[in-house]
Design a binder for this molecule. Structure first.
Ligand code: GLC
Length: 707
């Protein structure tokens, strides 16, 4: 094992500062004098600085990694291996459902398994760190990066983030086939005002601690080795240079000892924020706040040394950051094997292998949410179908941030329905069809409308001010003949306003299901697989209701539902407060019935554990999976508490007519919450424990916490 303290002692100041720089791979292999001269000048780089840098952003193959690392080690004096980091968000080449889809599975074990496959595939390219999981809590459907999130609930985000970290890091980051995890974007990036990406996030400290931070914390408690800062400000200070976040919360409150990294160029962007006057001050702000690695900008390599000379930066701050990076390289085993994982032969064997694609099919099945079904689903094999819409004959259903995924590789809906389709056309609007085509469409028993957003209408920098299905696709529903049935399958990266397709007999939310999208959708529509996905984020009726999320604060004038005639309560004049589809909504071909909630005691004290039990019955002949949700309502608190909080959830298989008694244990601590300083309190008082399939259909039992 390399003695990194001795190595550290041998470094010059500039060599230390070089470890704090992350660059794109082409800079190590291109002819700097010719091909990238402008870029090098723009970043105030030099060959020496490039070959003193510490890590690489993105790599395309084992061959490329080997070339870059070889060149680097040949030219660098200290020969400290580069770390290779990349965005393996929902798969490397075998692509899984986008994270909002994976969250719809409510299955952390599945999330763990998809992360395992992603790690094993990515590691063969010599990638060592993945910038995943994204643990940003999101409530605004305009924001494009909902697609990468696990939704609006802190507990679900925490469970999914924990599972992903354990899937990536598995039995040790030094092992082949494992990746170190970098959780992002720290913090509260999803709170961007107006849902506009990169915008300011103005959240209270209470909201920050109660809602936005738990996901990142869970990832770190699961062992994530890195944290990436976010583009937004918190309390008017960019997250990338925010001492409260990077030192008070990360280091002091949570005891994090890993590496922090900026987002792309986000340290330089503190100048545009008007927080740093220039690059020199950006470097000062970054290192002082606790930012270790600067991604894709060069304020550190350009100014840290002079700041130290001027006595404005204590060199120990640089030393701490460098040691954390050397520790990560040591723990990854890079000093023993700088080419760790890079294996072109193995890559050919395992990438996109059948077991991996089987896992992608399983994940796609679980991610799909049946939003509406007026009896038309499941279809029978004897029914003829017509398939129209932008995704009717489309291979690319893998969504944004698939990075190395192949858009052209996988099946289409046209292909999987080949033996029962009478007409297929990729189109956006009704007026793209002639009379003959309409006539042909109307010979089918069922019309499948494969609608949605383009993959680039969500994801980074892709927010929308209009969350309806784009490009007038709803006009396609006019193709439907009088006696025909209609099924809409949606491909989208955010909750949509679905008010103009409510005439459809069935609506299936597929999100972007990944490599095995077509096969999974085919299975679901034909009932080969019983849908079990549930919404991890609220679908509003209209954007005017936003932000609309289930775990909102109580008000002094509560809305008591559609029939409430009170005028002076928290509501709108022109629409009710209810969502189109609530958190946890998801239909099944089975019929799940929930029994009453029973508790082991109606009062509990500090050392007690409360057992909560209820029956779930599959009151149908159709076997299926069901996720039962367990919520708490804290009736009173020194701060106003949410109307509901998800505490636990459990997904089970149910045979036909099977009843299972589900039992959950709640400790006294489970009734507590964090305050605006991150401290944790448990307050005696009245609580109601609720259970059910979603937040609109709950049964409860009230208990009292005694001092
Ligand atoms: C991007 C994204 C971040 C990603 C990083 C590196 O700007 O915000 O999620 O990990 O750059 O690609």
């Amino acid at each position: 094992m390399t003695d990194i303290k001795a190595l550290f002692q041998s470094l010059s100041r500039q060599e230390k500062i070089g470890q704090l720089l992350q660059l794109a791979p082409f800079l190590f292999v291109r002819d700097l004098a010719v091909e990238v001269a402008g870029y090098v000048r723009h970043l105030n780089l030099s060959e020496q600085k490039i070959f003193q840098s510490g890590s690489v952003l993105g790599i395309g193959s084992a061959e490329e990694m080997i070339e870059v690392q070889t060149k680097y080690l040949a030219k660098s004096k200290q020969k400290i291996p580069l770390i290779f980091m990349a965005d393996i968000i929902h798969g490397y080449k075998t692509i899984f459902p986008v994270p909002i889809g994976l969250a719809s599975s409510f299955d952390p074990t599945l999330a763990f398994e998809t992360a395992r496959v992603s790690a094993v595939e990515a590691a063969t390219s010599g990638i060592h760190v993945t910038f995943s999981p994204m643990a940003d809590l999101v409530r605004d459907p305009r924001w494009g990066r909902i697609v990468e999130s696990f939704g609006e609930d802190p507990q679900l985000i925490a469970k999914m983030a924990e599972a992903m970290v354990k899937g990536y890091q598995h039995d040790g980051i030094e092992k082949e086939g494992n990746l170190a995890s970098c959780v992002k974007h720290f913090a509260a990036y999803g709170a961007a005002e107006a849902g506009r990406d990169y915008n300011a996030a103005d959240v209270s400290r209470l909201s920050l601690h109660q809602f936005y931070l738990p996901g990142y914390k869970a990832a770190l408690e699961a062992g994530a080795r890195m944290v990436m800062t976010s583009f937004n400000t918190i309390d008017g200070v960019p997250a990338t240079t925010n001492r409260y976040l990077l030192r008070d919360v990360l280091r002091t409150l949570w005891g994090f000892e890993g590496v922090t990294i900026s987002d792309y160029d986000s340290l330089q962007q503190t100048i545009a924020h008007g927080h740093s006057e220039d690059q020199r001050q950006a470097a000062l702000h970054g290192i002082t706040a606790g930012l270790d690695i600067e991604m894709a900008s060069t304020t550190y390599t350009s100014h840290l040394s002079e700041l130290i000379d001027a006595g404005e930066v204590d060199e120990r701050l640089v030393d701490e950051a460098v040691m954390r990076i050397l520790e990560l390289k040591r723990d990854l085993g890079l000093f023993e094997n700088p080419f760790k994982g890079a294996d072109p032969v193995k890559a050919k064997e395992i990438v996109l292998s059948k077991p991996h694609l089987d896992k992608a099919l399983e994940a796609a099945r679980e991610a799909i949410v049946l939003l509406k079904n007026d009896g038309v689903l499941p279809l029978s094999k004897t029914q003829t179908v017509a398939i129209v819409g932008p995704y009717a004959d489309e291979r690319n259903m893998i969504g944004p941030w698939h990075w190395h995924g192949r858009r052209d590789l996988h099946a289409t809906l046209k292909e999987v329905f080949a033996d029962q389709s009478v007409f297929v056309k990729k189109a956006f609007r009704f007026d793209e069809f002639n009379e003959a085509e309409i006539k042909q469409i109307r010979t089918a028993d069922v019309v499948l409308f494969a609608l949605g957003e383009h993959e680039w209408q969500s994801g980074e920098a892709h927010s929308r001010s209009d969350i309806r299905i784009p490009f007038d696709q709803h006009t396609l529903l006019s193709l439907l003949g009088a006696n025909q049935k209609s099924v809409v399958v949606l491909f989208n990266g955010r909750p949509l306003d679905l008010s103009n397709i409510q005439s459809a007999d069935a609506i299936v939310e597929a999100w972007f299901p990944g490599s095995m999208a077509a096969e999974a959708i085919h299975e679901i529509l034909l009932g080969v697989t019983n849908p079990s996905g549930k919404l991890p984020i609220t679908f509003p009726k209209t954007l005017g209701q936003v932000p609309l999320y289930y775990n909102h604060q109580k008000t002094g004038r509560p809305y008591l539902g559609k029939d409430d005639r009170n005028e002076y309560v928290s509501k709108y004049l022109d629409i009710d407060n209810d969502p189109a589809y609530c958190f946890g909504h998801g239909l099944s071909y089975s019929n799940f019935v929930y029994g009453d909630v029973h508790v082991s005691s109606e009062t509990i004290r500090s050392n007690d554990v409360l057992t909560v039990a209820f029956d779930v019955t599959n009151a149908s002949a159709v076997p299926g999976k069901e996720t039962a949700l367990l919520f708490l309502k804290d009736h009173h608190g020194r701060v106003v508490r949410p109307v509901l909080e998800l505490k636990a959830f459990r997904k089970e298989n149910y045979r036909a007519h099977e009843t299972k008694t589900l039992s959950f244990q709640l400790s006294f601590q489970d009734f507590g919450y964090v305050l605006d300083d991150g401290s944790f309190v448990v307050e005696p008082g009245l609580f109601t424990v609720y259970a059910g399939p979603d937040v609109s259909r709950l049964k409860g039992k009230t208990i009292r916490l005694l001092p």
